[in-house]
Design a protein around this ligand. Sequence first.
Ligand code: SF4
Length: 120
Amino acid sequence: MIRDITCIACPVGCEIRVEDTENGYLITGYTCARGKEYALQEVTDPRRILTTTIAVEGGVLPVLPVKTDRAIPKDMIFKCMEEINRIKIKAPISIGDIILENIFNTGANIVATRNIPSKK
Ligand code: SF4
């Protein structure tokens, strides 16, 4: 298996190649340790920050933008989205409020990324 990956650990965007050899993964093209680590994780345990919105009741806006406070396994994203889509929260909400704690034991919380005051 050979995978070519664009490193997103910084804006430089190095092109990294990961080859699965009988002696383990051969990683080339990175220019720093972060890139090597990113590429290895991308082939063994890919993770992403989830960003989405949650419906709000009684707020000045109908939806609240939220995100996970750490990257979660890529294959958990759909399941987490389904759970988030079931929720409706009441305003007021403050930026940084934890909306869901440790979603599906990923260790990540779903947090508010803006303030939503109550409707007057
Ligand atoms: S390998 Fe290092 S320098 Fe290159 S994009 Fe990744 S983090 Fe940036």
